[in-house]
Design a protein around this ligand. Structure first.
Ligand SMILES: Nc1nc2c(ncn2[C@@H]2O[C@H](COP(=O)(O)OP(=O)(O)O)[C@@H](O)[C@H]2O)c(=O)[nH]1
Ligand SMILES: [Mg+2]
Length: 243
C-alpha cells in the first residue's frame, strides 16, 4: 500500500471536485499496478470550509484519513504530520490543487518499480514545454535557484522544489527536517543527495491552477530558499550543523 499525503490550506474550490478529478484517476492507477492507496489530507488551519467539504467528498471511502491542525503551521509542518501518521514504506506527496496531474502518479510508481530508487521526483524542467503558463519572472527565479542548487549540490537535479514525489518513508523518518514551509521539498531532496540516496527524476507537466488561488508568498520563499542554500553550504563544505 502507498500513502498519498496532501497538504491543504484554503482549498475548498479544489476538494469539491475530487470525486471527478482525483479519486477515479488514482483508483484506476491502483488497478493497473495492482496497488492500493491511502489518502492522507492534512488541513492546515484553513479559514474556509475545506475540512467540511473534504469530509463530505470522501464520505463512503474507507481509504481516507483527514487530520487537522487547529492553526496554520505551514506546508512543511503539514507534510511532517502526514509522514508521522502513516505506516506504509512508500509515500507520495502531492499538491491539493492537482497542478501536478493525478494520472502522473503512474509515472512515479512505474519508475520506482523499474529503479527501486529512494526517491522519484517529478520535474517539469526535464523536458521542454512542460510548464503551463507561468509568469516569466517566476520562471526565471525558479530556474536560477535550481541552477544554484545544482552547483552547490554537485548534482544534475533539474528541479529541487516540487512536492510531486514518491519516497521511501523510512529515509524521511530518519532525517531531521527543519523546514516549516514550501522549502521543505528542497531541504529533503538536498539532504538525500548529500547523504548519497538515489534520486531519480521523471518528466511531468505542471499545469496552471484551475480553482482557487496560490498561497505562495514569493518574497518569503526566495528568502527561505537562500537560507537553505547557506545551510547546505555550511553542512556540505564545512561539516557544520544544519541549524
Ligand atoms: N499545510 C499547508 N499547505 C499549504 C499552505 N500553503 C499552501 N499549501 C498547500 O500547498 C500546495 C501548494 O500551494 P499553492 O498555493 O498551490 O502554491 P504554488 O503551487 O506554489 O502556487 C497546495 O496543496 C496548498 O493547499 C500552508 O500554509 N499550509
Ligand atoms: Mg499550486
Amino acid at each position: 500500500m502507498i500513502s498519498i499525503i496532501f497538504p491543504l490550506f484554503n482549498e475548498r474550490e479544489n476538494v469539491i471536485h475530487y470525486n471527478n478529478d482525483l479519486f477515479p484517476v488514482i483508483d484506476a492507477i491502483g488497478k493497473k499496478f495492482n496497488e492500493s492507496f491511502e489518502f492522507i489530507f492534512i488541513d492546515d488551519g484553513s479559514h474556509d470550509d475545506t475540512v467540511e467539504r473534504i469530509t463530505e467528498t470522501c464520505s463512503g471511502r474507507s481509504d481516507v484519513k483527514i487530520i487537522r491542525h487547529e492553526k496554520n503551521r505551514g506546508m512543511g509542518n503539514a507534510i511532517k504530520t502526514g509522514l508521522a501518521s502513516c505506516n506504509n514504506e512508500l509515500v507520495i506527496t502531492m499538491d491539493a490543487d492537482l497542478t501536478f496531474r493525478p494520472e502522473d502518479v503512474a509515472k512515479l510508481i512505474g519508475k520506482f518499480r523499474e529503479t527501486h530508487a529512494d526517491c522519484i521526483s517529478g520535474s517539469p524542467y526535464l523536458e521542454p514545454g512542460l510548464m503551463e503558463d507561468v509568469a516569466p519572472f517566476r520562471l526565471l527565479m525558479s530556474k536560477s535557484v535550481n541552477f544554484l542548487y545544482r552547483v552547490l549540490l554537485g548534482s544534475q537535479i533539474t528541479c529541487v522544489s516540487p512536492i510531486f514525489r514518491l519516497y521511501k518513508r523510512s529515509i524521511l523518518m530518519e532525517m531531521q527536517i527543519s523546514s516549516k514551509n514550501f522549502e521543505i521539498n528542497a531541504e529533503i531532496i538536498s539532504k538525500m543527495i548529500i547523504h548519497g540516496n538515489v534520486v531519480v527524476e521523471v518528466p511531468v507537466p505542471l499545469l496552471k491552477r484551475k480553482y482557487g488561488e496560490s498561497k505562495i508568498n514569493v518574497k518569503k520563499e526566495i528568502k527561505n530558499y537562500m537560507l537553505l542554500m547557506y545551510k547546505i553550504f555550511k553542512t556540505k563544505y564545512f561539516h557544520r550543523e544544519w541549524v
